[in-house]
Design a protein around this ligand. Sequence first.
Ligand SMILES: Cc1cc2nc3c(=O)[nH]c(=O)nc-3n(C[C@H](O)[C@H](O)[C@H](O)COP(=O)(O)OP(=O)(O)OC[C@H]3O[C@@H](n4cnc5c(N)ncnc54)[C@H](O)[C@@H]3O)c2cc1C
Ligand code: FES
Ligand code: FES
Length: 490
Amino acid sequence: MIEFVLNGRAEAIDQADPNQSILEWLRTKKRLTGTKEGCGSGDCGACTVITGAPDKNGQIRYEAINSCIALIGSLQGKHLLTIEAFRGQPAHPVQQSLMDCHGAQCGFCTPGIVMSLIALHSESAPDADDHKLMEALAGNLCRCTGYRPILEAGRQALVQSWQPGSESHPARYLASANNADGLATTDDTSISSLEALNGHHYYAPATLPQLKRLLRAHPDARLIAGGTDLVLEITQQLKALPRLISLERVRELNGSQLEENRLVIGAATPYRQLHRQLSGLWPAFDHLLERLGSLQVRNRGTLGGNIANASPIGDMPPALIALDATLVLDGPEGARELPVEQFFKGYRQTDLKPGEFIYSIHIPLPEPGQRLFIYKVSKRLDDDISAVLGAFRLTLKNGVVQDCRLAYGGMAATPARARLTEAALLGKPWSQRSVEHAIKALGNDFSPLTDVRASSTYRLQVAGNLLHRALLENSELHHRDTPLMVTDYA
Ligand SMILES: Cc1cc2nc3c(=O)[nH]c(=O)nc-3n(C[C@H](O)[C@H](O)[C@H](O)COP(=O)(O)OP(=O)(O)OC[C@H]3O[C@@H](n4cnc5c(N)ncnc54)[C@H](O)[C@@H]3O)c2cc1C
Ligand code: FES
Ligand code: FES
């Protein structure tokens, strides 16, 4: 049984296909067709809805998500708001401003744009600046390219307040101080589950012992965290995933905390929740996390999912390898710790044994003289996967390279260190000459592929350029007040 609140009304579902997306359920079962399907892969934002789940203080935190790549089982204990919650009068300031500014251009993108802006409005109005506005809209594609009036409408709406027209307004909880009141009462420590007539199952345990029990009972089950990679197997490859175990509610896997010399992040913590803490320690993450997918993707996607997915162009693994981060893996044989670098065994192959899962990620805190540079190169600035990503942790003393870890994504079948290039830099002055000399070793470290994102020659050239860029940014002579994240266009 899963229980949640849809547009202010309680819902309980015990039999449904666990592979069904929220979008499909809304449109086919509830006939709520205001939410549109554009791509079905999390890229366009047409399907954006708002979900609300309690934060640590019991307050509901509302965020925009892509309903095409979120499964219905993920709704347990949440509020779900669709565009239909905002029909009727008075219009939400976002809707009114879109009308006033001629920002409502087509019926396909507009519902998603409205929902993204309402999520931003509920979280940040009236303090949201243009940066936040762009961030909120970066995951909503308008195919007619009419962004100017949409942005203008966003600016106008964000300075206005909103009150629901009546006490029974379907979105009343958005504006209520006691916004957890409407949530279905569930025993928070019970396993929520869905079963289909064809025997397919979705389990959402709430505790670690429950998770381990389920994994023992169902060794064939696939783990799902945010689902932003896994659900594409359903929507794009048309696979059926008969048994899913969700990590989303497992308390022990959620949240992050500072320990003596490291930050410990639960594997199922969504990016959105760890952004501030991580970039507070290592500022280079700030820009990386703004460019990883869209806000909708970051609201669901997790660090553990990114690592376990083992894509050679996943954004976080090179940065974690550069930082010498470690993983705690847990499973039938107990827990073990492994450097992230040793986790990747081949193209999309990992060191995970049957029944094992990533429990947490340990990121060392900065030491004196250490600096981290992360550069993502993609064809498009927002919501695009890397062609090449370079992450470099340097320890300099008196201008000499005492230690360096240079990790790249997109250069090999796995994220990997450029060990020969590192060796060429160690003990050398951090200078133009040493960097130019070291860059020559990159061709021996890597033989990158040519694919749709970039050619092999381009990848090698840009990998060297990124190291050069780190030199320029670190040099006092060239020091400029620019972000540590840059985009080049392939
Ligand atoms: C539109 C879009 C844009 C994207 N842009 C980017 C991008 O710019 N950069 C980038 O790196 N990625 C990007 N992604 C990919 C994806 O969002 C990330 O990889 C995300 O971190 C995956 O996390 P998740 O929780 O959604 O994983 P899920 O989809 O839930 O799981 C992914 C895989 O990991 C396994 N898994 C999950 N958690 C664990 C665990 N704790 N232990 C063991 N196995 C586990 C699952 O079984 C599955 O095989 C994008 C995805 C979409 C849809
Ligand atoms: S339909 Fe395009 S993001 Fe969901
Ligand atoms: S609003 Fe739909 S294409 Fe521009």
